[in-house]
Ligand binder design. Sequence first.
Ligand SMILES: Nc1ncnc2c1ncn2[C@@H]1O[C@H](COP(=O)(O)OP(=O)(O)OP(=O)(O)O)[C@@H](O)[C@H]1O
Ligand SMILES: [Mg+2]
Length: 465
Amino acid sequence: MSQAGCILIVDYKSRVRRETAAALRDLDYQVDEVDSADEARDILKKSSYQVVLAETGLLPGGGFEFLLGQDAITSSTVVILMATSSSMDDVAAVMRAGAADFIQRPYGTDELCLRLEKALKVRFYEHELTYLRHERDVIYRFENFIGESPVIKKVFTLLNKVASSNASILISGETGTGKELVAGAIHYSSPRAAKSFIKVNCAALHDNLLESELFGHEKGAYTGASRQRIGRFEQADRGSLFLDEIGDMSLGTQAKLLRVLQEKEFERLGGDKTIKVDARIISASNKDLGKLIREGQFREDLYYRINVINVHLPPLRERREDIPLLAEYFIRKFAADLKKNVTKLHPDAARFLQRHHWPGNVRELQNCIERAILMSEKDELVVEDLIFMRGLVEDGEALESDQIFRIPPQGIKLEEMENALIIETLKACNWVQKDAALMLGISKRVMNYKVKQLGLAHPRWLKNR
Ligand SMILES: Nc1ncnc2c1ncn2[C@@H]1O[C@H](COP(=O)(O)OP(=O)(O)OP(=O)(O)O)[C@@H](O)[C@H]1O
Ligand SMILES: [Mg+2]
């Protein structure tokens, strides 16, 4: 089956079709060919294509109505129709319906390829623009950064003070604490918001590739540099450059970056023209840069340049009061996305989430809620929906066990401890035995047995008999 990224040619003129297909294959496109509307319908049921190139005369209803009826034609598919002069009347209708272009027969393959590349470029920029608008209006907003704990309030106060300045900001924090979200929100609430927010992941690329990504290169700068490339610094001019995972940058690249930050100018790789830039630098790292400096892995002078203001995002386990708030926020988000009716978080489920260690921080919580919403069948998220987390919660507690149990100097009887634990858990679960069983990792039957052994009788249980 073909993958997106391929071109489908629908044309009954076999010689022209084959020539067109050969020309496109020479340009490294993958091409499938069919010669009838029926075949097109069959293949479009199974596969999606980046481009569909079709002879209008061949398809019912002027071509485009036919194509619109196919599931595989999505808004990201570039549809180019071929028309003989007699069918040119259809062209206006076809263009209105959303075709990217039409091409009149007979055509040369050069012309076709040029039109195709242009249509793909336009579609690429349309997607880029839609995404950037989505970033600006929906994703990177301080309103989306949820938290009311005192530590987070302090972060907000700091961000409010510094977002509109030009100062370099270093955001530190464990994985999933929201560094990228904060970086984007800083940019989009700064006077630079109308210009670009450009992201570079310094861990994903090394040395030459990262340098070419940052500073660009001239044609022929190195083997394989077949075209000039505009680097990220240039793209971020008058906007912000987000250097993510900066702790992973090699010392060589750090030296070059330092020079650009000091002099605000640079040359593209293989070039001698000096380019001036005015980009605000926002960096992020989940590594301890102080430690990297001591180990000789990070330049101290660069550290002072990028760390004019330090924003530290605390791990979720140090602000457990934000967990229910965040969970409710993600419930609203995913219930809408997944078309579920869940609107609330049961207090027991909130407590259950608060007990976890959250090594993956907010991202991990977000993933857990998404998974729980998928399983949930009620209007409230309950502990049972979080059953898949049981192993995770136990791990978390193991790490914090010294805070949970304080063994008295005279010791404690295991049996007493167990009884106390059962009663406390039952209380925490509102005397619902099956929830308490879930929390303690035992079956309902074992819980029932222990309750009987302890001679416990809660009015709620009598009522249910
Ligand atoms: N306080 C928050 N409120 C709402 N959503 C948040 C919050 N913090 C993080 N998120 C969400 O959690 C996910 C992870 O956040 P982000 O990518 O910004 O983390 P990060 O610190 O850059 O992580 P990494 O170090 O792994 O790159 C994102 O989907 C983000 O929107
Ligand atoms: Mg990140």
